[in-house]
Design a protein around this ligand. Sequence first.
Ligand code: TYD
Length: 151
Amino acid sequence: MSLKIEMGRKRIDLCKIIEFPVVHDHRGNLTFIEENKHVPFEIKRIYYLYDVPSGAVRGGHAHIELHQLIIALSGSFDVIIDDGYQRKSFFLNRPHYGLYIPPGMWREIENFSSNSVALVLASELYDEEDYIRDYEKFRKMVREGFWDESD
Ligand code: TYD
């Protein structure tokens, strides 16, 4: 087993659940997120998935440079992360937790509950050139060490 493969196997641990502050109040709870403080990147874009039909799967791609953080603002869903060697599933169901995903991770989002809303904070503006939508191409890039410097 080469050193490069060993390194590749650890990349999935870069994906982590981040807990955000909660200001508890009898009028309702409040959570806030500040860039470079609660998320490890500058937030350039926000988008959200909603009205997701039962059984739908979103994602199915990796990013070259984009950092993202996914939050279940409402409802719940699973985020399946694949670093090219290992897969890990994260269940998101609370608005004060987010899943941080660095570049070079294949992701799929599935099992959306009804009325769920997935909020995504992103480090870059939308750029189709940053997407890898072919899983075999992604695996090849991982094997060639494309993201190894981020270990
Ligand atoms: P995509 O990122 O593939 O969706 P998901 O990963 O959630 O399944 O984006 C779906 C479409 O929406 C695609 O045609 C590009 C467009 N899009 C934008 O125009 N801007 C954006 O910020 C995003 C995230 C997507």
